[in-house]
Design a protein around this ligand. Structure first.
Ligand code: COA
Length: 290
């Protein structure tokens, strides 16, 4: 799974090779497919980085691999960090400042997801996803704020398009990501006078990602044909949008959501062809799981 970047990205991309020289990025969920490629792009283009995750080995291994992408790059993996605990992120911020000196870019990317209709979604399951996606995004910014203020840095939240309409089996994530968009908007206004920018990126159906594996509608084989641009997205599409939003080219862009989905959400829910039959069978259970 996953399609990682290498030096060819620097040769073929639209950006100056050292556009992020001297900058430091701090990424939650940085060992996951999408956030890993975001990190790779920033590192290939000159930044150093710290990636955080719950799984220590996965996070440290990913950091070691990303560090090899550019001679002289420093990439640190910090495991056992749960974004639901602000103190665990604050400790990682301390390590980042001690080792790399500063934080310029923050990606709040850690996310939890699974397909479940309301009837089978417990209160605790809803709380778990909202806590990882929304509270975790808040905690990430909370822990990084002082450093971002010093660097006049920028924040990127990883959002989604699920809450633009009603998507069955995704009430938990849709609610959380709607909150993430609202958080980003409010922080853009609060942080603007301090010179900190904050935006969201909303990936659509990105090929070879954990999200696609977890969330593809059952039996769906031709999602690419539904996408107006007639292909699934690539992790490089997300990397390019990330580089743009952190680059000086976006210095007047804050409080926005950059959708990167080939206009898929414009043609309606990916679950559309299963609806309403699939809901009728799910709702047949008379007792809703608490
Ligand atoms: N359907 C319904 N409920 C589910 C579920 C599913 N597929 N998977 C987990 N849950 C429920 C659990 O049953 C539990 O609820 P309960 O206590 O009422 O039984 C609740 O969610 C919490 O599960 P737990 O495994 O204890 O939580 P966690 O904090 O360890 O894990 C998750 C968080 C549930 C979001 C887990 O899917 C995860 O760790 N995901 C990380 C990776 C990820 O999702 N990436 C997203 C890429 S798009």
């Amino acid at each position: 799974m996953g399609n990682t970047l290498d030096q060819k990205y620097v040769e073929a991309c639209a950006w100056k090779p050292d556009i992020f020289k001297g900058k430091v990025a701090f990424i939650t969920g940085g060992a996951g497919t999408i956030c890993r490629v975001q990190t790779e792009a920033l590192v290939l283009l000159g930044a150093d980085a710290v990636i955080l995750g719950r799984n220590q080995k996965k996070t440290e291994d990913a950091a070691a691999e990303i560090q090899k992408l550019r001679p002289g790059a420093r990439v640190i993996g910090i495991g056992n960090v749960d974004v639901r605990e602000v103190q665990s992120i604050a400790k990682a911020v301390e390590v980042t400042v001690k080792e790399l000196g500063r934080i310029d870019f923050v990606i709040a990317g850690a996310a939890g997801n699974f397909l479940s209709d309301f009837n089978h979604l417990s209160s605790n399951a809803f709380k778990s996803v909202v806590s990882i996606d929304l509270l975790g995004s808040f905690n990430t910014v909370k822990a990084c704020f002082n450093e971002l203020k010093k660097s006049k840095g920028a924040i990127l939240f990883v959002s989604a398009t699920l809450h633009y309409y009603g998507v069955p089996f995704q009430s938990h994530v849709g609610a959380a990501k709607a909150g993430v968009d609202a958080l980003s908007n409010a922080l853009a206004v609060e942080f603007g006078p301090s010179g900190i920018r904050t935006n969201c990126i909303a990936p659509g159906a990105i090929a070879n990602t954990e999200g696609m594996e977890r969330l593809s509608p059952p039996g769906e084989t031709s999602l690419d044909k539904r996408v107006p641009l007639q292909r699934l997205g690539t992790t490089q599409d997300i990397a390019d949008a990330t580089v743009f939003l952190f680059s000086p080219a976006a210095s007047y862009i804050t409080g926005t959501v950059q959708v990167v989905d080939g206009a898929l959400w414009q043609v309606g829910s990916p679950m559309g062809n299963l609806y309403p039959g699939v809901m009728i069978s799910q709702n047949e259970d008379n007792v809703s799981k608490l």
